[in-house]
Ligand binder design. Sequence first.
Ligand SMILES: N[C@@H](CCC(=O)N[C@@H](CS)C(=O)NCC(=O)O)C(=O)O
Length: 308
Amino acid sequence: MSDVILHHYPPSPVSEKIRAAMGLKNLTWTSVEQNRLPDRPELFAMTGGYRRIPVMQIGADIYCDTQCILRELEERFPSPSFHPSGDAGLSFALSRWTDSALFELGVRVAFAPVADSLPPELVADRTRLYFGPDGDMAAEAKDIPHTLSQLRAKLGWLEDQLAVHGPYLHGAKASMSDLLGWYVVWFVKGRYAESASLLAEFPNILDWAAKMEAMGHGTMQSITPADALKIANDASPVTPEKSDEFDPQGLKPGMQVEVAPLTNSGETAVSGNVRFLDRNRIALTREDPRCGQVVVHFPRVGYRVTTG
Ligand SMILES: N[C@@H](CCC(=O)N[C@@H](CS)C(=O)NCC(=O)O)C(=O)O
């Protein structure tokens, strides 16, 4: 069984980014299917309550957010690289657009027109999560023509890039940028009933999407959330202690802190002691009776660290 464990659920688009990343690197990995609603006791024991999906686990080291997951996969499995043309900086910058403005359009198009046929608790949860406390899915449904006008223009940017540099966004080989565009296109293609007509004017996106689909998800086998918890309990974290003399908040290993995503949807802050710091990542040591000591990694970008 592979040590690389991905906590996810099949319809999750952000998880598709990482499943496709496994395919790009042709990795063998272990899948833990989590609930679609945040009833995930084993995972929360390990993360300290971080509520988003996916999460990657390697023994007792836990990686929250796809920014951290992609960095860790690249460090552990450098070949083939997520950055075949050396454009890591551009890809991370691009991720701040795909994972915000572009993904939010995808959420509107995928959820709003079918919200009436989805479980009300799922709709209520995702409305609050993605559109904040004043979100209104019925209003989003009425506004779909406008939303499509925004999405169409942005898909056009991907189309233009592929037309000049294709078959992938940076040229001959698939890169992290392709994973970023792909998971939103995958989401819209799979969930928006009119996606065929939306995408019909984008022949380069259609060719590229077929290639991304064919890349697959690597090789996967499944275990249960309880199995994954036991793996964490039986392992010790391997993340080294690391300080960062330039840290603008004066954070140091050993300090007690809280880390929370910068959203307005009231997501749980995770508490722990700083173990590792650099400008992209912070990792916290925490203990839970169900999994023993774990080290939980978060990105710096998009998260606020507060000291007690
Ligand atoms: N910034 C996060 C975003 C993850 C995200 O929003 N994931 C969605 C699933 S596609 C989610 O967690 N939705 C709520 C849930 O599943 O509880 C990342 O890059 O991993």
